[in-house]
Design a protein around this ligand. Structure first.
Ligand code: NAD
Length: 500
């Protein structure tokens, strides 16, 4: 497959000349890093270098954390209205640069342009707008006191207030870099926290452009700092740093465990948005006109590199063949190509390593007796494309059923009994999301209650809204991004008790 990358826009060419030559550290309002240790970032479709980024380590994290700590008192003291204005201005700037940001994201991550342009970057804008409003809605409570202490006839007054948790270390993954970064930055800034951001090493570019836009929106020096680098170096130094009050992490369950270990030195707060193996249950009464494209999109969107991807399908035996044929046909109809080509519906995976990992899950399942209904092959100049794949005849103990593949691989099983399928769907270490496809209100309600997941979708999947909390139970993490619930990650309670 010979791929050609369409020419880059002048805005992206200028951005790469400005930030893609090593000056990608944002510390205390200044960009630096040129001439220091660096690493390359690649166009995953072609395997070609597109930029060089600073390889930040403990020293850069130290400097960034110091800057964030110095900026904390001033940012905490700004009025909610001023923080709201800055967040709203940030949203406007992101919107004004939406085409440029979508192009950067595709170039760096591989995703088809439409994914960034119409789903993820609008999602990032919505985060900034939603939390602009929330900045002005942070509230404590006045609580009638039951304390009997009444010296000299005085009385007790008691109330609570919310305060920013302090310096936040935000660590994000590579699958949807800009929107996942926005999910951390917007609520943290709204709450009055200062931040050190460590983007994923494969996909740091959009975070750097976002950093420029946030400075332009009025985020003061030191309030947002960005250190690019590797997970085991910059990421580990941030997670362990004694002057960081909280880590807001999105990434794999395995790294989530390392973050908890690293955070114990100063008992910093940790919120974790981790992996998933989300089940989709298709009941015999499902509307297949909705369910076939819905199920297919739930696993093939963004090449399956979505934490909440519908990767385990449970379809009722009565409609199994029709549904699977429909999903396989959808998969075969997807046009693969360079993400910047507007005709592309399916881009590469983020790296050759990730594509090899996905391929090895399919090979392992085949060796264990599973059958591949469509796809299963890796292809492309850089070996980073994987065909959209449907695997059937699996058993519940297979790795492809239990582990997060994080690629375009649907694992299909069929069922006859509604209670048994709930037990099968819940038989997972993960609990991030699930979907149910049915026209029965009764099935929908019962399954929404019974499924062990942070989000349950009915007759849809992958529906995000900045106002709706998203996150997991079990080993999919704790804490929530999005919605008012996300502010809790970044706020402490203070109780005030006064004799008046
Ligand atoms: P990853 O855990 O390998 O890396 C995530 C981030 O952590 C990167 O920035 C990385 O550099 C950093 N990191 C790695 N090792 C570290 C360490 N020891 N200390 C500190 N930081 C470290 O994850 P990934 O492969 O980049 O992303 C894919 C994973 O993210 C999948 O498991 C996916 O499900 C998950 N994810 C979850 C959500 C959610 O909302 N639940 C959203 C998107 C992605």
């Amino acid at each position: 497959m010979a791929l050609v990358r369409p020419p880059l826009s002048p805005a992206v060419t200028e951005f790469l000349a400005r930030r893609g030559r090593g000056s990608g550290l944002l510390i205390d309002g200044q960009w630096s890093g040129e001439g220091g240790e660096s690493f390359a970032t690649l166009d995953p479709a072609l395997g070609e270098e597109i930029g060089v980024l600073p390889r930040g380590g403990a020293a850069e994290i130290d400097a960034a954390v110091d800057a964030a700590r110095r900026a904390l008192a001033g940012w905490k003291a700004t009025t909610p209205l001023n923080r709201a204005k800055i967040l709203w201005a940030a949203a406007d700037l992101i919107e004004a640069h939406i085409d440029e940001l979508a192009e950067i994201e595709t170039l760096d991550q591989g995703k088809p342009l439409f994914v960034g342009r119409w789903a993820e970057i609008p999602g990032a804008i919505n985060q900034f707008r939603f939390f602009a409003g929330q900045a002005m809605a942070i509230e404590g409570q006045v609580i009638e006191s039951s304390i009997d202490y009444q010296p000299a006839g005085r009385k007790m007054a008691t109330w609570t207030k919310r305060e920013p948790v302090g310096v936040v270390g935000a660590i994000v993954p590579w699958n949807s870099p800009l929107v996942l970064t926005a999910m951390k930055l917007a609520p943290a800034l709204a709450a009055g926290c200062t931040i050190v951001l460590k983007p994923a090493e494969n996909t740091s570019l959009s975070a750097l452009r976002l950093g420029e836009l946030l400075m332009q929106a009025g985020v003061p020096a030191g309030v947002l700092n960005i250190v690019t680098g590797l997970g085991g170096e910059a990421g580990a130094a941030l997670a362990a740093h004694p002057k960081v009050d909280k880590i807001a992490f999105t990434g794999s369950t395995q790294t989530g465990r390392a973050i908890i270990d690293a955070a114990k030195g100063n008992l910093k707060r940790v919120s974790l948005e981790l992996g998933g193996k989300s089940p989709m249950i298709v009941m015999p009464d499902a509307d297949l006109e909705l369910a076939i494209p819905g199920v297919a999109n739930a696993i093939f969107f963004n090449g399956g590199q979505v934490c909440v991807a519908g990767s385990r399908l449970y379809v009722h035996a009565a409609i199994r063949d029709e549904l699977l044929e429909g999903v396989a046909k959808y998969a075969r109809g997807l046009t693969a190509g360079h993400g910047l080509d507007p005709a592309t519906q399916m881009g590469p995976l983020v790296s050759r390593l990730q594509a090899e990992r996905v391929e090895s899950f399919v090979a392992g399942a085949k060796a264990a007796g599973a059958s591949v209904l469509t796809g299963g092959e890796r292809f492309g100049d850089a070996g980073t494309f994987v065909q959209p794949t449907v695997v059937a005849d699996v058993t519940p103990d297979m790795a492809i059923v239990r582990e997060e593949v994080f690629g375009p691989v649907l694992v299909a099983q069929s069922f006859d009994d509604a209670d048994a399928v709930i037990a099968a769907a819940n038989d997972s270490d993960y609990g991030l999301a699930a979907s149910v496809w049915t026209q029965s209100l009764s099935h929908a309600h019962r399954m929404a209650d019974a499924l062990e997941a942070g989000t349950v979708w009915i007759n849809c999947h992958l529906m995000y809204d900045a106002a709706l909390p998203i996150g997991g139970i079990k080993q999919s993490g704790h804490g929530r991004d999005s919605g008012r619930a996300a502010l809790d990650n970044y706020l402490e309670w203070k109780t005030v008790c006064a004799v008046v």
